[in-house]
Write a protein that binds this ligand. Structure first.
Ligand SMILES: *Cc1c(COP(=O)(O)O)cnc(C)c1O
Length: 465
């Protein structure tokens, strides 16, 4: 029997957690001193912790709880599926109804001819699949030299060694021999801190053309694919200048390389369209999905694959797959999540109501003396903290110092808002109402006011040279 139940005191839970639980992306020694915040329940857009505090979750968990917490329908579907068929694999010429139904539904929802799905349990696994898919594709096309995948600095594609290699996070690459061979990174379209004196549009074009230059440098006969998030999420909600994606699309159309669009965050309504691909008018050969696919209620992800690529891959055995590819319970839960997204017109709600209102509020934060810029698309937004609004420059303190102080104030005010270096980001559940957004805004203002004073008091209100 599980001896750990919610009636244990918070301190006891924290001690057990510190003793035995290794947390992702955490300095565990530091956490052990501080004690984790223990979340016990959630409903709608609100979490409850073990002290009974109600916290507004403006990050939808990890960008995933698109339909909000507490939807019994998903729990019921999961229970029913567990009783009927809790598990069976999809290897060796077998299949089952939930995987079939979900693949069919995804083919219907996905843009263009992305009519085929290779299932995984999350985004990292799906991106590992993608590395293998694109290299295998070119092998079968008689071009085995086309192996290199071009990605971007500060991209996030997951944490397995393949996915983290695709990603462009220096802090991750520094821990364990990454990137693996034949993955290279070009610059990101991050105008605020990297655009210098250029206009956003000129800078967007310049960063897009790094793709063309990299293909020329390596040789088109060596390049398999380009992978990118429509909007970088974990990189800090970096919304590219408007010139960026049309130019990348032009380059991809002119060159014989595949385009992998990582929609793990931007998929399933976050931008106000079903997919970021539609928001930006992209034509991917492969699309990575996870997170919002099940609104986080069950671990599932996948690669949506075009007719052309799927036909080639299917010619012979593709020696790849996960025990839980198309897991029946996860697939059934995802299907129910998609039903709710569709029937409750949640994507329209984002586009016509929630996102415009969030944008109105979010841009008001730009007037704060501590805020250098605000950006938003759909229900993903970020702001740059600044020591001096008249320049676009980082703080003198090491990146993240000020962001962390601000995040701590948010946490203290029962608002989950994340920081990436010194950008503050939100990606709330898509079902937020106006009054939820008002609460988010009030707590954000209060937290910014407090953090602004904290940073001044700490003598950190200084711009880097
Ligand atoms: C979260 C994320 C991933 C990794 O997904 P996991 O389910 O954590 O493996 C990949 N790509 C993007 C864009 C993500 O945000």
């Amino acid at each position: 029997m599980n001896k750990i139940t919610n009636h244990l005191a918070t301190a006891e839970l924290q001690a057990l957690d510190a003793a035995h639980h290794m947390h992702p992306f955490t300095a565990n020694a530091e956490l052990a001193k501080k004690g984790a915040r223990i979340i016990t329940q959630a409903d709608g857009v609100t979490l409850t912790d073990s002290e009974g505090e109600k916290i507004l979750d403006a990050m939808a968990g990890l960008w995933c709880v698109n339909i909000g917490y507490g939807r019994d329908e998903l729990a019921e579907v999961a229970a029913r599926q567990m009783k009927e068929l809790p598990y069976y694999n999809t290897f060796f010429m077998s299949s089952h109804v939930p995987a079939i139904a979900l693949a069919d539904k995804l083919a219907e929802l996905a843009p263009g001819d992305l009519n085929h799905v290779f299932f995984a349990s999350g985004g990292s696994e799906a991106n590992d699949t993608n590395i293998r898919l694109v290299r295998r594709y070119w092998d079968l096309m008689g071009k085995p030299g086309k192996k290199t995948i071009i990605s971007r600095k500060n991209a996030y594609h997951g944490t397995s060694i393949g996915a983290a290699s695709l990603g462009g996070m220096q802090g991750m690459h520094a821990q364990g021999g990454m990137p693996i061979p034949d993955i290279v990174h070009i610059g990101q379209p991050y105008w605020y801190l990297e655009g210098g004196d250029m206009s956003p549009e000129d800078f967007g074009l310049m960063r897009a053309r790094e793709l063309e230059a990299k293909i020329d440098e390596l040789g088109e006969d060596k390049v398999a694919a380009f992978i990118a998030e429509p909007i970088q999420g974990a990189g800090g909600v970096i919304i590219p200048p408007e010139s960026y994606w049309p130019e990348v699309s032009r380059i991809c159309a002119e060159r014989d390389i595949l385009l992998i669009v990582d929609e793990v965050i931007t998929g399933f309504g976050r931008t106000g369209e079903w997919f970021g691909t539609e928001y930006y008018g992209l034509k991917p050969d492969i699309m990575t999905v996870a997170k919002g696919l099940s609104s986080g209620y069950a671990p599932i992800g996948g690669s949506l694959v075009s007719d052309r690529v799927a036909e080639v891959i299917g010619r012979e055995e593709f020696t790849h797959g996960y025990t839980y590819s198309g897991h029946p319970v996860a697939a059934a839960v995802a299907l129910e999540n998609l039903r709710i997204l569709e029937e409750e017109k949640i994507v329209d709600h984002v586009k016509n109501e929630a996102a415009p209102y969030l944008a109105e509020k979010w841009h008001q934060l730009a007037d704060h003396p501590f805020v250098g810029e605000t950006t938003i698309v759909g229900m993903m937004a970020s702001l740059a903290l600044t020591a001096d609004k008249s320049v676009r420059k980082p703080f003198k303190a090491s990146p993240g110092t000020v962001g962390f102080m601000t995040r701590e104030r948010c946490f203290g005010n029962n608002l989950i808002m994340r920081h990436v270096a010194d950008r503050m980001i939100v990606a709330p559940p898509l079902v937020m109402t106006r009054s939820d957004i008002d609460t988010l805004f009030e707590r954000a203002v209060k937290s910014l006011d407090q953090a602004y004073e904290d940073v001044k008091d700490a003598g950190l209100m200084e711009t880097a040279d």
